[in-house]
Design a binder for this molecule. Structure first.
Ligand code: ATP
Ligand code: MG
Length: 337
């Protein structure tokens, strides 16, 4: 590192010791210790510079954590907040793809990585930016993964932020544990679930995990909760739709002939039910929306493609719930977003 004092004043130079190998080793160790110290100082400063830090977790894979994490970041940014999004999924980082940032170039200045800028000015950092070949599977041994995560946290120049959203791989493994131990002042965890029983069971584990690491649960988001189909027919006529499992669903068209039916693709209300049972806030549901899949593939998030659409509105309401929880938390720490 250019500003490292140890590179200018190596301790025990070869002239003094007569052993150039030992001195080089010492120099490397001192260099590492210096970097580690700088990283620690920067992480300490992050607590002052970043008002709120929110972890997005789920027990089960594929329930929509990355979709929710990017949606929360975009939704907050559209309200004028300064937002950062950190993708800690080392083996399957996909936030850059969702935000059309796959080819982003990162700047490194004075040993710090500058995040890429995504839609609505969201600052994004992802392991995907640092992997040489994103298609190659990455196998990390525990300690290496831990070190990489700490570097990832301490070496990024976020600047001042209102909120930092952190996306994780599924489950309650090393990643959320390391982040919760390395990053001071985490405000809380948002848990994403689908309405199925298995996903719910797994989200109970996430709630217990949050309790174990003493981080508050800001609430549960139920994703893919219902798929609404709409149509037109004769005004005030009876419509019968064949729902999931061949169960007929009846509805009535309105005076203009419009009708809509929401199909519970999995089940519905499970997220709310388990929140109540586990005494954590329920933040709201996101509809099953094929546009989310398209958006994920095209790199244009649903909130950007359709800012007034059903999904964007659902995100707005979830963000309001989170802000409410943060304000409750700030009554203790006197920090308001
Ligand atoms: N509400 C939704 N409606 C329709 N499709 C959705 C919805 N939410 C997420 N998806 C789709 O489901 C898939 C998984 O979503 P996502 O990658 O966000 O899940 P994840 O929990 O981050 O997965 P992983 O555990 O692999 O990190 C993606 O193809 C995404 O587009
Ligand atoms: Mg993900």
């Amino acid at each position: 590192m250019a500003d490292s004092p140890v590179s200018h004043h190596p301790a025990g130079s070869s002239a003094e010791t007569g052993n150039s190998e030992a001195s080089n080793e010492q120099r490397v160790q001192m260099e590492q210790a210096y970097q580690q110290m700088q990283r620690k100082m920067r992480i300490g400063k992050m607590d002052e510079q970043i008002k709120h830090k929110i972890m997005v977790l789920s027990g089960k894979g594929g329930v929509g954590k990355s979709t929710v994490a990017t949606g929360l970041a975009l939704s907050l940014a559209r309200e004028g907040k300064k937002v950062g999004l950190m993708d800690i999924d080392i083996t399957g980082p996909n936030v850059p793809k969702m935000l059309g940032l796959e080819n982003a170039d990162l700047n490194v200045e004075e040993g710090q990585i500058h995040p890429a800028e995504g839609p609505a000015g969201v600052k994004v950092i992802s392991m995907a930016f640092l992997l040489e070949d994103p298609d190659k599977p990455v196998i990390w041994r525990g300690p290496i993964k831990l070190g990489a995560i700490q570097q990832f946290i301490g070496d990024v120049a976020w600047g001042e932020l209102d909120a930092l959203i952190i996306d994780f791989p599924p489950g309650t493994g090393d990643e959320p544990l390391t982040v919760s131990q390395s990053l001071p002042g985490i405000d809380g965890v948002v848990i994403v679930t689908t309405p199925q029983e298995v996903a719910l069971l797994d989200s109970r584990k996430s709630i217990n995990f949050a309790k174990t690491i003493s981080v508050p649960v800001l609430g549960v988001v139920e994703n893919m909760s219902g798929y609404t189909i709409r149509g037109e027919s004769e005004p005030n006529s009876k419509i019968s739709i064949m729902g999931p499992g061949g169960v007929p669903i009846d509805c009535q068209s309105d005076n203009d002939g419009r009708w809509e039916v929401t199909l519970d693709v999995f089940k519905s209300g499970g997220g709310e039910e388990s929140s109540r049972e586990l005494e954590v806030p329920f933040l709201g549901s996101l509809p099953f929306d094929p546009g989310i899949v398209r958006g994920g593939d095209d790199g244009v998030h649903r909130i950007i493609a359709e800012p007034e659409g059903e999904t964007a509105k659902a995100f707005k309401s979830i963000v309001e719930g989170i802000v409410e929880q943060l304000e409750k938390g700030s009554q203790r720490s006197l920090r308001i977003i």
